[in-house]
Ligand binder design. Structure first.
Ligand SMILES: O=P(O)(O)O[C@@H]1C[C@H](O)[C@@H](CO)O1
Ligand SMILES: Nc1nc2[nH]cnc2c(=O)[nH]1
Length: 303
């Protein structure tokens, strides 16, 4: 029974209380639809320094985030803050050059809200990329890890983008996270990577997201390794949770931009500029790789 005492706070509805209610997100999506004449089939999120993935888009329509109603703003170097609509390999798509992170001060539901906007725009597949530290001792800077699963470490502490009243129009209250990273696309990506010149440095593994902005301590890296984590970053997990909740298949990969040091003798320190440089040096290969994935989807469909 709901509390009916005079001093009890009135229950607030999603519509009136939530900065990112279904209605607000629909407004944002309707605004974006008014700028384009096609339905994007794929959404792409560019990780730190990976904005050049948008360079191969044809017939571009660029929409800076400050122009988009209800949209957060990019504040981090390597995230330019612009949605790019257009085509790759005849597939209509939308690409986020710049994502939102918890450490910027945004709550997780705000970090992940563009995923719901892209769902409302009509996408059927989400491609998520990130720059990450390589914990697995077999990984080297410049390697790509296809994400097969994640550890939602922030979720262990109760931080989840789905926290709060559930919006049934997106998905169920208690979504399963099994199969969140599409196994068919992952298997195909192994072959596509060979063609793109990534033959040696492609792995499959587990990604974990921490809140940042600090990089991990050596003790934390040691712990993460023991937990079975292969790459560590500050994004992706909340986006994928929201995507799975609303039934979007996901293909995701980490670019290993730095070694996650587990040795107290090491003098190696992670630096964001080096993360961006490592991402830049892989631009051409990763563009080819992502184009290969999109060509596969164009030929074979999403499912
Ligand atoms: O947006 P991603 O996850 O690719 O960026 C990573 C995490 C931090 O934002 C930044 C640290 O260098 O890179
Ligand atoms: N948390 C975290 N995020 C990163 N992004 C790029 N490299 C790293 C890293 O080593 N740790």
């Amino acid at each position: 029974m709901p509390c009916t005492g005079l001093n009890c706070p009135k229950p607030t509805s999603l519509e009136t209380n939530n900065e990112y209610s279904y209605e607000k997100l629909t407004q944002t999506a309707e605004y974006l639809k008014s700028l384009i004449s096609f339905t994007p089939q794929i959404g792409i999120i560019c990780g730190s320094g990976l904005g050049s993935l948008a360079d191969s888009i044809q017939q571009k329509i660029e929409v800076p985030y400050p122009q988009i109603p209800n949209f957060p703003q990019s504040t981090v170097k390597g995230h330019s803050g612009c949605l790019v609509f257009g085509y790759i390999a005849t597939v209509p798509l939308v690409c986020m050059k710049g994502r939102f992170h918890y450490y910027e001060g945004y709550p997780l539901e705000k970090c992940a809200m563009p995923v719901r906007v892209m769902k409302l725009l009509g996408i059927e597949l989400l491609i998520v990329t990130n720059a990450a530290g390589g914990l697995n001792p077999n990984y080297k800077v410049g390697d790509v890890m296809l994400i097969k699963d994640h550890v939602n470490l922030m979720g262990f502490a109760g931080c989840n983008p789905l926290r709060g009243p559930n919006e049934e129009r997106f998905g169920p209250r208690f979504p399963s996270m099994n199969g969140a990273y599409d196994p068919r696309l992952r298997a195909e990506a192994q072959k596509i990577a060979q063609g793109a010149g990534l033959a040696k440095g492609v792995h499959e593994g587990v990604y974990a997201c921490l809140g940042g902005p600090c990089y991990e301590t050596i003790a934390e890296n040691r712990l993460l390794r023991q937990l079975g984590v292969d790459t560590v970053g500050m994004s992706t997990v909340h986006e994928v949770i929201v995507a799975k909740h609303c039934g979007l298949p996901v293909f995701a990969f980490s670019l290993v931009t730095n070694e996650s040091v587990c040795d107290y003798e090491s003098k190696v320190e992670p630096k964001h500029d080096e993360v961006i440089d490592a991402a830049k040096s892989m631009e051409a290969v990763l563009q080819k790789f992502v184009q290969g994935i999109i060509e596969f989807v164009a030929k074979n469909g999403v499912k």
